[in-house]
Design a protein around this ligand. Structure first.
Ligand code: ADP
Ligand code: MG
Length: 305
């Protein structure tokens, strides 16, 4: 990322976020002052995934510092990181998705049998997931009812809210969205080809864990539905800058899985690869994202509040 920004002609100041939550720049602890920006930067590119990075928290801090930042604002970041809330909002907009149910930890602790009886309506197999995590951490595919309690316990170790989803047997298809909330563009969809059963942590992060095929080998109709749904969901959930929209495609049926507001962002990550296949280089992509950040900041500060 830093190399890509430098190659595009930007000056880059690197900040590392450490495990203990502190921020470090040039070997020294970084402290921030509300309203005073961050290191004098014109734009912050917070390449962070999951909780305390992609979930609106860092975005809120950057708002208070009054510095433009790449990607979605506080609300859309928080919504998209919460699989249950995002699904509820998308369902209201009529977006097709797998069947799902949410489970809160106190309900699970109070009456396991009652929860299991409710979940039976989804039928097996199901995917059990912490509602707000990512990178496939804490997710289990359950094919046998006896394994469901352990899968729920496993997900509850990460989050007091868990989502359980009916399995889709569709092809995994992803596309990249770039632009302002209501003026975004979408790449060609790519297809995720896996050796294993599902897109787990190893498949995501180990070299050769998956193969991206562009364009996805789906019908022209499904391809257009994927692209239109990605744009509609991006606008509906209030995203800006960028998102990767992930789908399951079952023949002509297009089901939205999730929107990632800060997808993996190396030169070999799917988000950038899909733009490259659509003719946009990595350098041009990162520069465009910085411009969008500045435009959004300027526009948002133009309103009276
Ligand atoms: N309902 C589902 N049907 C089929 N596969 C699923 C389903 N939910 C998740 N998966 C598999 O698990 C992977 C990770 O799930 P996902 O919801 O995308 O979580 P994460 O935010 O960790 O990426 C998916 O890419 C897919 O391979
Ligand atoms: Mg995913």
């Amino acid at each position: 990322m830093a190399a890509g920004l430098r190659a595009a002609g930007h000056e880059v100041l690197e900040v590392q976020l450490r495990r203990d939550g502190t921020w470090v720049h040039d070997g020294a602890l970084l402290s921030v002052v509300p309203g005073a920006g961050l290191l004098g930067a014109d734009v912050v590119f917070a390449v962070l995934h999951g909780p305390f990075g992609e979930d609106g928290t860092v975005q809120g801090l950057l708002e208070l510092l009054d510095v433009p930042y790449v990607g979605s604002g506080v609300l859309a970041s928080a919504v998209c990181l919460d699989k249950y809330v995002a699904k509820e909002l998308l369902a209201r907009a009529g977006v097709a998705q797998v069947r799902y149910a949410g489970v809160h930890a106190p309900c699970w602790q109070a009456d396991r049998e009652d929860v299991l009886a409710t979940l039976a309506a989804l039928r097996l197999p199901v995917f059990v997931k912490p509602a707000r995590l990512g990178s496939s951490v804490g997710i289990a595919k359950v094919t046998d009812a006896g394994a469901l309690p352990a899968a729920l316990d496993g997900a509850f170790a990460h989050d007091p809210h868990v989502i359980v989803e009916a399995m889709s047997s569709g092809v995994e298809v992803e596309c990249s969205v770039l632009g302002a909330r209501h003026r975004a563009e979408v790449s060609q969809p790519g297809e995720i080809v896996l050796d294993g059963d599902w897109y787990d942590f190893e498949a995501k992060y180990e070299p050769g864990g998956m193969r991206l095929v562009v364009p996805a080998r789906i019908s022209p109709g499904a391809r257009e539905r994927v692209r239109a749904t990605a744009l509609a969901a991006f606008a509906h959930l209030g995203c800006s800058g960028l998102a990767r929209a992930d789908f399951f495609v079952e023949g002509e049926r297009v089901l939205l899985n999730e929107l990632n507001t800060m997808p993996g962002f190396t030169t070999t990550s799917v988000y950038a690869k899909l733009w490259e296949a659509s003719g946009l280089t990595y350098e041009d992509l990162v520069s465009r994202l910085c411009e969008l950040a500045v435009e959004r900041h300027r526009e948002e500060r133009s309103y009276r509040y």
